[in-house]
Design a protein around this ligand. Structure first.
Ligand SMILES: [Fe+2]
Ligand SMILES: [Fe+2]
Length: 312
């Protein structure tokens, strides 16, 4: 692969993945780790600009996943991931930052008149499938000393997908406060991505490790939010953010970046998932999971959204 190796996160931040593995500076990351600054956001200005109903629905999904991080941490703590001091330190800061992403999105949704409301299930009560998955993960981790390579790869894919999703959301909406908030969140996600990516790259220099990690990703990977949010919501979000030429290009960039990891040159991720689950004719007309989106916003779904970003 030649072009497109540098990944630009924001205009001011880009990582050149061509460089020979500069170490991730964990001390500098810890020094800079802080909650997204909620006081710096002009919440009062949120209702002054329209938010497409698709964007509100997408943000509800994202808010749920961000605030699910603490639950994901529970299964992570049962694996070897925390044996590595750098990984353990990173995870402590990571969960803190992710938690604030959830709070920030919650605050935005409230300000936009579409509050998150009560959850159907208490946070700690996960579906059976998720609990079995966590138990199986802990078992594999015990049996395989290099299991952390899979976690790091998984993390790299998820962080890159997430930050790409936020950038797409910013591009699809024309809301100055949301743009400001998403810029701040994306900056955090980019640091998370870089940590996971470098960790995965280093660990998978050993071919046997890379081969096993690849088998597990091929077999078990699914986009962020799978199994936590209903499938219909995941399809809705994927259709809104990644359909159409620009969305496709963004999804492809995620896949191409991950293919630079040792042993992952041919891995099939987001685009292949889109091909399997979002047929080209899919319109954005799946019903919302509840009626929390306000009436005027819901009407906009059928009009292609207030900003005209309906069916791609
Ligand atoms: Fe996040
Ligand atoms: Fe993140």
């Amino acid at each position: 692969m030649s072009g497109g190796l540098a990944i630009e996160i924001l205009s001011a931040v880009s990582y050149d993945l061509r460089r020979p593995m500069p170490a991730f500076d964990i001390d500098s990351y810890v020094g800079r780790s802080r909650a997204v600054d909620l006081a710096a956001i002009d919440w009062a200005a949120v209702p002054r600009h329209p938010v497409p109903s698709e964007a509100l629905r997408t943000m509800r999904f994202m808010q749920d996943i961000e605030s699910h991080t603490i639950i994901y941490l529970r299964s992570l703590l049962a694996t070897r991931a925390i044996d590595d001091p750098d990984v353990a330190t990173f995870l402590a800061c990571w969960v803190y930052e992710e938690t604030f992403h959830g709070l920030a999105l919650q605050r935005f949704l409230e300000a936009a008149g579409a509050p998150v409301g009560e959850r159907a299930l208490p946070r700690g009560r996960e579906p059976w499938a998720k609990r079995i998955e966590a138990a199986a993960t802990a078992m594999v981790s015990k049996a395989w000393p290099d299991f952390c390579a899979v976690h790091m790869t998984w993390g790299a894919i998820n962080e890159l997908t997430t930050l790409t999703g936020y950038r797409r959301l910013a591009a699809l909406t024309d809301h100055p406060v949301l743009a400001e908030l998403l810029d701040r969140i994306v900056l955090d996600e980019s640091r998370h991505f870089f940590f996971y990516y470098r960790q995965a790259e280093i660990r998978m220099q050993r071919r046997a490790v890379a081969r096993t990690a690849r088998v597990l990703v091929d077999r078990f990977w699914a986009p962020v939010g799978s199994g936590v949010q209903p499938d219909a919501e995941l399809r809705f979000l994927a259709t809104y953010l990644f359909k159409g030429p620009d969305g496709r290009a963004a999804a492809r960039k995620v896949d191409e970046t991950i293919r630079r990891l040792p042993g992952f040159e041919t891995v099939q991720l987001l685009e292949a998932w889109m091909d399997r689950h979002i047929p080209h004719a899919t319109p954005l007309d799946e019903p919302a999971r509840d009626d929390a989106v306000p009436e005027p916003a819901r009407d906009a779904v059928h009009e292609g959204g207030r900003n005209g970003h309906g069916n791609h």
